[in-house]
Structures are given as structure tokens and as C-alpha cells.
Design a protein around this ligand. Structure first.
Ligand code: DAH
Length: 352
């Protein structure tokens, strides 16, 4: 206690002789620093008898508080009296400059790649400017086939290739299927192709550029259960363990059989109804309990043949899913206008 009182008096004396900011800094370190007086007093508590400790501890803490307050007050005083440029107060917080972040599509793409890389898929990106041959013909959609109309397409103003046809902006990531099988030459193939796609649509639910991810597996004895298991794995990793998926029969030219993939709605957990004060009401998001995720199927034998893979020996599956769609579903975003995603308005972007 005596020691403590001695320091109190000494501190007041020293404080009175402070002339500059740096004197004040040294004083602060001397008393409040890691190896300072206040800490050494606190450590000496061990040497006291049990009944003295409480009171002593309180006294030291009071001393600490008043030292802090006095130092702060003197610091303000010095600052007020200093002329411009006399010193820089390094203890002031720095200026905060606005900091950018990745686009929400980029975050989603990174997450999707990781999910598939974990189970041995290799991540590929294929040309955004592509030949009709890869985008359509070898996907079992020969010229004049009406299925091509489903894929509105940007054509590039360039001479036509006699074998590969016209140049296009890839309307879907499925063109990567052929490219990947050609690259690997012989199955097994296990690829995830995430890329930009283009279609000439510009309205509240379409942007002319968007992203898809295309998964594909080709090997011996590959069947629908592998397709379903993989998409189920993705859905649970990306959206959460409670989500279920289902395959619904559909038609695509490049798969047989073909399916649309649905996922249980995250709002009503697949029941189609939610509760409010009035009782049960139809889910505002899905109405039926399910949301559409994308297209899939067993790769059509003609597609395998187009890249010289024998459909008698090998089989495979593929799926294609929209990146923007899964982002909206995951974030539970209901954008009145999807185009805001690519308008680069900072007020929108910085929310993610
Ligand atoms: N390419 C299709 C589209 O853009 C989606 C798709 C459907 C991809 C079935 C597939 C598939 O791989 O098997 O609409």
C-alpha cells in the first residue's frame, strides 16, 4: 500500500513536468506499458495475504483508471495548443478507404468448384466463342433441327467453317462436354465446366450474359444413380443438409433419358405451405414445394460417338445448372430485375 501511494505522488509530479507529446508517451509506457508500474503492482498481489488482496487490487485498478484519464486529458490539451504541422498524432485512427470485394457470382463459382473438386472433378473452362459444331451438331442437334430454336444464339460475323459451321457465343456450357472428351480421349472423364454463356435476351429475368456449370462423368457402367447421388451431394453441400432433390422426366436432344432436376424449396422445406397468423398459406416462393434447378440426363449415344467413344463400352451422365439461379435460391433473393447483378451498382454489390 505504501508503495502504491508513493507511485501516486510520483505520477502527479511527473505529469506536471510534461512538455511534449513524446514526454507523455514515455510516461504512459512507464506506468501502463506491459512491463510498467501498474502491471508490476498487479503482479505483486501474490505476495500479499489473502484478506489484503481484494482491497489492494481495487486500489491498483482505480490508480490505473485515473492514470488513463489524466493522460488522455493532457494529450487533448497538448493537441489543442499545438500549431499546424507541429506533430503528427500517430495514435489517431487512419483514414478508411473503401475496399472492394469479389462479385457474388465469383464467390458462388469458387464455392461450386470446390464442392466438385472435393469429389475428384476437374475444373475446366472452354471457349466462349465457339463453333456451331460443338455447341449444337455434335450434341445431337444437326442443322435445321427444331431443338436449336430452344437455344437462342448470338452468331459472330465471321466466315463459316466448312466442317464446324458458324461461329457463335456459347449459348450453354454443354459444348464443353465434347471438348473435354476430346481432350481426355479415353474415359474416365469427370469434369465440371463453369463458364459464361450468352443468349440474346434482355428482360427482368434474363441477362444476355450469364453463367452455367456443367458436370459430366463418362466411364464404364455409369448409371442414373450416380447422376442423382452427385446432384444430391451438391445440393446438400451448397444449400444445406436438409435439401432433397428429384429428377423429373424431360427432353433434351443430347441426353437419353433426360430429366429436369428439382430441389425442395428452402422456405417451406418442400411442403408447399407456410404458416402465418391466419393459418396455412401457399409458399410465396415455390407454391408446390419444389424449385427447378437445371437439366440433366444420360449422355446420348450419338454424343459419345461424335468423339469416338464407344457407347457399347462406356456410358455417362451430364447436367447443366445456372449459376445466377443457384445464387438467388441460396441467398433467398427475389430480384425484381435480374439485370441488377451486372449493372455494377456499388450499393447492390457491397451487400455481398
Ligand atoms: N444445356 C442445357 C441448357 O442450357 C442444360 C442441360 C440439360 C445440360 C441437360 C446438360 C443436360 O448437361 O444433360 O438448357
Amino acid at each position: 500500500m505504501e508503495q502504491l501511494n508513493k507511485y501516486k505522488i510520483e505520477f502527479s509530479r511527473e505529469l506536471n513536468s510534461i512538455k511534449s507529446q513524446s514526454d507523455l508517451d514515455s510516461l504512459q509506457i512507464k506506468y501502463l506499458g506491459r512491463k510498467g508500474i501498474v502491471n508490476s503492482l498487479l503482479q505483486s498481489i501474490d505476495k500479499l495475504r489473502q484478506e489484503e488482496r481484494k482491497e489492494f487490487g481495487k486500489k491498483v485498478n482505480d490508480l490505473k483508471t485515473s492514470i488513463n484519464q489524466l493522460i488522455d486529458a493532457i494529450r487533448q490539451e497538448l493537441l489543442k495548443n499545438a500549431g499546424p504541422g507541429e506533430f503528427i498524432d500517430v495514435s489517431l485512427p487512419g483514414k478508411k478507404y473503401p475496399r472492394g470485394s469479389l462479385h457474388l457470382a465469383t464467390y458462388a463459382i469458387e464455392e461450386i468448384s470446390k464442392i466438385f473438386q472435393k469429389i475428384g472433378f476437374i475444373r475446366m473452362s472452354y471457349p466462349e466463342v465457339e463453333w456451331e459444331h460443338y455447341a449444337f451438331d455434335s450434341l445431337n442437334m444437326p442443322k435445321e433441327h427444331p431443338a436449336r430454336d430452344d437455344f437462342e444464339t448470338f452468331f459472330i460475323d465471321a466466315p463459316e467453317h466448312e466442317k464446324y459451321g458458324k461461329m457463335v457465343l456459347t449459348p450453354h456450357t454443354s459444348s464443353g462436354q465434347l471438348r473435354e472428351m476430346q481432350r481426355v480421349k479415353k474415359p474416365p472423364v469427370r469434369m465440371i465446366n463453369i463458364a459464361k454463356c450468352y443468349r440474346p435476351n434482355w428482360d427482368t429475368s434474363h441477362t444476355p450474359m450469364f453463367h452455367q456449370f456443367e458436370g459430366m462423368v463418362v466411364d464404364k457402367e455409369i448409371n442414373i444413380t450416380h447422376l442423382k447421388g452427385t446432384i444430391d451431394y451438391f445440393a446438400k453441400e451448397f444449400f444445406g443438409a436438409k435439401r432433397e432433390i428429384r429428377l423429373r422426366p424431360f427432353h433434351f436432344q443430347f441426353t437419353e433419358p433426360s430429366f429436369e432436376v428439382d430441389i425442395t424449396c428452402g422456405i417451406c422445406s418442400g411442403t408447399g405451405v407456410t404458416r402465418n397468423l391466419q393459418g396455412s398459406v401457399k409458399c410465396r416462393l415455390c407454391k408446390s414445394g419444389w424449385l427447378e434447378l437445371g437439366g440433366s440426363g444420360m449422355i446420348h449415344p450419338n454424343v459419345l460417338k461424335a468423339v469416338n467413344i464407344d457407347p457399347e463400352k462406356f456410358s455417362g451422365w451430364a447436367f447443366g445448372i445456372g449459376v445466377e439461379r443457384v445464387i438467388m435460391m441460396k441467398e433467398d433473393l427475389k430480384l425484381d430485375d435480374l439485370r441488377i447483378m451486372y449493372e455494377n451498382d456499388i450499393r447492390f454489390l457491397e451487400q455481398f
